[in-house]
Design a protein around this ligand. Structure first.
Ligand code: HAM
Length: 425
């Protein structure tokens, strides 16, 4: 058998078959649920100006320092988006949505690109679904967003998501800058014990110490002062209100002082969803508030908050939860023998599809047995069987494919109603 030498690039992959179906349904659930919370669909390009990401995510972050795919095809450089928030805020400003004066709520999905070391749950092209709500500082909005993420996991059939919550304060002198100074003092006696990467970041962005995965650095970071215990009065009140509102919406969480997130645009609330199915890459989603980002990108000071959930990690968690209640088997498979029966079957399936059923048939003129085998392979719940004789009599055989399911000959005109009783759409 000839074999192609072409393979998907390391850290990228194909989705097909059952997993392809699940991937689509993960997005379908998001479209459904996010709309109920008032989020409208936003599509932005997958490449943007590199400066957009440097200004948003921060120059001293792993993403901007090491992981971006940046090309210079002509005179201008472009970067494949490593995340969706920067592009969403860029679009918000570019299209004058800041002039509407109200809260603007987007949801999005699509591929993101980071040049990380591939492993389980970590790819170089991965996919996110996310929401952004721009225009309100209200802690109730943070709580709505946080609980929406939890609700999404339940809705999509991923039980057992955990929630870690923290606040990293605001740029006011007495808040994050004062906390940073406190960290510098606390780090000074042990500075030589941190890894070279951490040491190089202490002056540029000391909060990034908490991102380091080196065990020795993690141990040292555990004993450092905690951000949520050193907030200014406004941020402290905001954090308390967020915690209370999340609790009131039924969300269980732990406060994790080491959670600073790997992107610099965050202010106040930060959070991550976790799942045990993922091993070391246990963050299945994350987000937070970014009250300075709109201004950083050239707009008026405007608060915002959002999250992104990793589709690959949702799929892994679904698999562990028992292969996903949402896997989408084919409802109706048409088995037809002979030219006129095949044409009649094509018309019948069009009626089933219009009525909301998933329906398919064989297009290879295979034998009756081969078509039934195909129906089984496709997981069809019901088969419609039509030959030349049945067609002449104006009849069709409806076969329930469930174990022990029976079969019944019905008039062609009654076929749809009959299957509807068998498989409510
Ligand atoms: P993030 O934490 O960088 O946040 O990514 C969100 C989620 O995307 C992660 O929790 C993870 O599930 C998934 N993810 C990230 N990198 C990879 C990868 N290399 N392979 C597979 N999955 C990955 C953001 O991107 C922010 N934009 C979230 C946000 C929206 N904050 C406010 N609004």
């Amino acid at each position: 058998m000839p074999q192609s030498r072409f393979r998907a690039i390391e850290g990228t992959r194909d989705y097909y078959g059952k997993e392809g179906d699940r991937f689509d349904r993960v997005i379908g659930f998001a479209a459904d649920l996010f709309r109920k919370y008032g989020y409208a669909r936003l599509r932005t390009p997958i490449f943007e100006n590199p400066e957009l990401f440097a200004r948003s995510i921060g120059r001293a972050t792993d993403i901007v320092e090491k992981e971006m795919y940046t090309f210079t095809p002509g005179s201008d450089s472009v970067t494949l988006r490593p995340e969706g928030t920067a592009g969403a805020v860029r679009a918000y400003l570019q299209h004058g949505m800041d002039k509407t004066g109200g809260l603007v709520k987007f949801w999005y999905e699509g591929p993101m690109f980071r040049r990380e070391r591939p492993q389980k749950g970590r790819q170089r092209q991965f996919h996110q679904i996310g929401v952004e709500a721009i225009g309100s500082p209200d802690p109730l909005l943070d709580a709505e967003i946080i609980s929406l993420g939890l609700r999404y996991y339940e809705y999509a059939g991923v039980p057992g998501a955990g929630l870690r919550l923290n606040s990293i304060g605001c740029p006011r002198e007495e808040c994050r800058p004062a906390y940073r100074r406190l960290l510098h003092e606390a780090v000074r006696p042990d500075i030589e014990k941190f890894c070279p990467n951490c040491r190089s970041r202490i002056d540029r962005n000391i909060l990034r110490l908490f991102d380091c995965k080196v065990p020795g650095c993690r141990e040292l970071a555990r004993n450092l002062p905690k951000s949520h215990e050193h907030l200014c009065p406004e941020c402290s009140g905001h954090f308390d209100a967020v915690c209370e509102a999340v609790r009131a919406l039924g969300g269980a969480f732990t406060i994790d002082s080491s959670l600073v997130r790997g992107l610099d645009y965050y202010t106040k609330t930060v959070f991550e969803y976790t799942h045990d199915a993922l091993g070391s890459q246990n963050a299945i989603g994350g987000g937070g508030r970014y009250d300075g980002l709109v201004e950083e990108l050239g707009g008026n000071p405007t608060p915002g908050a959002g999250f992104a959930l990793g589709i690959e990690r949702i799929l892994i968690a679904m698999e562990t939860a028992g292969g996903c209640a949402c896997a989408c088997p084919l409802q109706v498979f048409g088995v037809a023998m002979g030219g006129s029966a095949r044409r009649a079957m094509a018309g019948m399936l069009a009626r089933f599809r219009a009525a909301g059923f998933s329906a398919d048939m064989d297009y290879g003129e295979r034998s009756f047995k081969a078509q039934l085998r195909l129906a089984n392979r496709r997981g069809a719940m019901c088969c419609l069987i039509l030959g030349g004789n049945e067609l002449e009599r104006g009849e069709i055989l409806v076969k329930n494919m469930a174990d022990g399911g029976g079969q019944e000959t019905v008039a062609l005109a009654d076929c749809l109603g009959n299957v509807r009783k068998l498989l409510p759409c």
